[in-house]
Design a protein around this ligand. Sequence first.
Ligand code: AP5
Length: 215
Amino acid sequence: MRLLFFGPPGAGKGTQAKKVAQEFQIVHISTGDILRDAVSKGTELGKMAKAIMDRGELVSDEIMNSLVKEKLEELDSFILDGYPRTLDQAKFLDQATKELQKEIDAAVLIDVSEEEIVKRISNRRVCPNCGKVYNLITLQPKEDEKCDVCGTKLIQRDDDKEEVVRERYKVYKKNTEPVIEYYRKNNKIITIDGAQNVEDVTKELFNILRSFNKQ
Ligand code: AP5
């Protein structure tokens, strides 16, 4: 199965993509995680991307396209989470998947309102060591702000400040909603109500993908 995951910042794309990847045995590719890993390792890509991400803007299409193409060449089934985010990226992806004969089966849109997103993101904490994502309201760590898996002190992402989240939301509306329309025209969009709790979103998603997998 080859899937795209769309939704505004903080909609729950990463949370759900990890569950789907485990259940359906497919690889989860998050372009945000790839960039954050480059930032934490201090690579050239990371140095260039850090300031852009901290402002809530987008890294260039050229860089993102070549990062993703490299991954697609290696994998047969995958979830792309956070890509494509612009029409140019979507057109590039179309071309690349045709060339590689790995066309996309469906695009999942996790739909959530701006106010819910701001609330969720202000309570998100992440483990800087193993990457596990928590929420101080809906997915609390067992011990005060420490990772359940590795015990590392949890942190807040630099781009999770309210003003940056609102900017990321604006960027999403302007650049990514047209991409969703592009996939809607090709009948590839599956819309899920992301305002439900995590378990209900997962249940709905698994049911749709299971029936889809049988077709
Ligand atoms: P990226 O990391 O992709 O950020 P994003 O799309 O803004 O998404 P998030 O990671 O913030 O949220 P999510 O939807 O995964 O939510 P999560 O599951 O964590 O990109 C970051 C930056 O990188 C971009 O701004 C850009 O600069 C750059 N970039 C990346 N890709 C790019 C590209 N293709 N082109 C150009 N630039 C690119 O959940 C959020 C919180 O809510 C968590 O605390 C979670 O526990 C909680 N939660 C999840 N689901 C629920 C629920 N149903 N109910 C209650 N709480 C929930």
